[in-house]
Design a protein around this ligand. Structure first.
Ligand code: 5RP
Length: 209
């Protein structure tokens, strides 16, 4: 069963929690996006976990170094899933993985800025991360990029790991993404900036599930 993850990157924490509550029944994972991690820090994660105790909370730390130390900051604050960059050193990713496994939590490794998918996916599967995320960043989205082509490539390479996908997914593009069978579809602005986020989340769930 595919899952829907909302990624909050803008707005105040209170506004995000209000929108999250409106959409809650349609969501599986709630993400404190990287910009809000910068703005609110670990306290933002704790507030999300208090507001949504029954949902998985993802802290999009995009860790690049100090894997164990930074992962533990997110875990101690209440995160269920922590993100590390696939472009980081293997040692960093393995230290993050060790920290989440010791806590009984999960690691998402983000392929943003990685071009040799074959080498990275094979390594990530070998060490046993929980999610491999295909991600078109917001800056390259401005140039017209979207994650569909990379998703198709990565889905052919991944054998055992859950695949997430992010990058400008909207209600009118979610079907083409969903048709490639990712395990988790991550939607940011296309959901929290929608005129009616709850209605949009319902439409998306009707399409993907
Ligand atoms: O991690 C992110 C940016 O680096 C975003 O949270 C992710 O791309 C989803 O947001 P959107 O759907 O608005 O692109």
């Amino acid at each position: 069963m595919k899952q829907l993850q909302i990624a909050f990157d803008t707005k105040s924490l209170d506004e995000c929690i209000k929108i999250g509550k409106e959409c809650e029944e349609y969501l599986d994972i709630i993400e404190l996006g990287t910009p809000l991690v910068y703005k609110y820090g670990a306290e933002g994660i704790t507030k999300f976990k208090e507001a949504f105790p029954d949902k998985k909370i993802l802290a999009d730390f995009k860790i690049m170094d100090a894997g164990e130390f930074e992962t533990k900051i997110a875990l101690d604050a209440g995160a269920d899933i922590v993100t590390v960059l696939a472009a980081a050193d293997n040692q960093t990713i393995e230290d993050s993985l060790k920290a989440v496994k010791e806590a009984g939590k999960e690691l998402l490794v983000d392929l943003i800025c990685v071009h040799d998918f074959e080498e990275r996916v094979s390594y990530l599967e070998k060490i046993g991360v929980d999610y491999i995320c295909v991600h078109t960043g917001s800056d390259t989205q401005k140039l017209g990029a979207n994650p569909l082509k990379d998703l198709i490539t990565v889905k052919k390479l991944v054998k055992n790991t859950k695949v997430s996908v992010a990058g400008g997914v909207k209600v009118d593009t979610v079907k083409s993404i969903s048709d490639e069978n990712p395990d988790v579809i991550i939607v940011g602005g296309g959901l929290y900036n929608a005129e009616n986020p709850a209605e949009t989340a319902k439409k998306m769930v009707d399409i993907i599930k």
